[in-house]
Ligand binder design. Structure first.
Ligand code: RBF
Length: 155
């Protein structure tokens, strides 16, 4: 059962033209993470962010997202970070270890740096479920991650 579909429908309540965003993207399952990136980028722009204020960092896999998120969040001029990845369940326990590490790691970075860090990581049983959430029938979780950090900046 999928969650409710959240889409960017209007500009942010606050002025985002001076806010700087970092989007960290995992290369594993790039046919999923690239549409997630596009969704996050389009979402930020629709909300009112400026393209020149959005930087992208690419990492090998989802496990590497927290460290790169920390590098980004520690930069003085970065206001929020969006982590994007896709972990698909395989036949070994790797799935559980990676998902747990990334979820915990991104939360830790957020608390340590006091900045919004979105967990835009799909954790699915198969590729079909991931495609449905990367611009398919359940929307684009990259766009939702963009909306999330902006909502946190609005607090
Ligand atoms: N990274 C992902 O982003 N998604 C995956 O589905 C994924 N599956 C993996 C499965 C195995 C068995 C291994 C060894 C790694 C996997 N990784 C995956 C890569 C992982 O996030 C990380 O880049 C590597 O473990 C190196 O630290």
């Amino acid at each position: 059962m999928a969650g409710t579909l959240k889409q960017v429908s209007q500009k942010s309540k606050i002025d985002l033209s001076g806010k700087k965003f970092a989007i960290v993207v995992a290369e594993w399952n790039e046919e999923i993470t690239e549409p997630l990136f596009q969704g996050a980028l389009d979402g930020l722009l629709k909300l009112g962010a400026k393209k020149k204020n959005i930087i992208r960092k690419t990492v090998p896999g989802s496990f590497e997202l927290p460290l790169a998120a920390q590098w980004m969040a520690e930069k003085k001029n970065v206001d929020a970070v969006i982590c994007l990845g896709c972990v698909i369940q395989g036949e070994t326990a790797h799935f559980d270890y990676i998902c747990q590490a990334v979820a915990y790691g991104t939360m830790k970075v957020s608390l340590k740096t006091n900045k919004p860090v979105a967990f835009g990581v799909l954790t699915t049983l198969n590729k079909q479920q991931a495609l449905e959430r990367a611009g398919g029938k359940y929307g684009n979780k990259g766009e939702e991650a963009a909306l999330t950090v902006v909502k946190m900046l609005e607090q």
